[in-house]
Design a protein around this ligand. Sequence first.
Ligand code: ASP
Length: 279
Amino acid sequence: MSATTAAGQRGLGLLDTLIEGLAACEEDPSLILVGRGSIPNADGEIELDASLMDGSDLSAGAVCAVRNICPVIRLANLVRVKTPHLMLAGDQAVRFALENGFEKRSLMTEEIVRKYDAWRDHRETEFTHIEHAVPHHGDTVTMLGCESGRVAAASSTSGWPWKRPGRVGDSPIIGAGIYADNEAGCAGATGAGEELWRGVASFRAVEAMRRGLSPQDACDFVINEMLRRQPGAAKYPCVVFAMNTEGEYGAAVTRDPFELWVWKDGEIDMKVFAPKLNP
Ligand code: ASP
């Protein structure tokens, strides 16, 4: 699932709208690829990734492979505002969280423990392969925002279900899972993270808008290039979506229909983007 959103809901600014929207998704256990109640890794531990970027000054923050901390989107924002770095990883991201008032807590729900036990009892290989892990578009949430010519992007995920411990996908990688620049627009990705990262999907879409393409044409360009050059892109669902500084948006997919949710002026709309034929 992903969304483009206009800012201002509940009077929040652009970045806070994305952060609070994602934090709410992370706390919702019904979304099984983001935050609390996510599908864990092969060891039965939930490892979370998150990122955000402000198109005004290209400031960005990200965390990856973080255990027992939620919401990690707020942690990613603290990396942006409190450190000179772009990303903190694993145990050291947890240490930074504890230094900044977060508390460790279990993110597993009873339902997820049951799902993990069932998966562990029936798995055929030591680690899950992408064929089993990404059968369809999951619950990773990536949000784009636009307000008065200012753009931002943010993402939060637990990555592949049953992933190899330590695996990190595109979502926390600036340029792969998200990108935002007020001089061109913003973009986000969801789906098979290795392919989206290989294709640097979000940065590429923003650069295509910078060259003058519409958001829809920019997304089509990125997906067509991925299909042309990356054998894995046709096999797995990969989505890129983009929005320019006017708030116009588009999306494209390599495989399987994708639902894009849009919030604009208090109205919520959902559009389905289906795969197009290969170039
Ligand atoms: N892109 C995410 C990852 O590979 C997963 C997803 O979007 O469903 O970690």
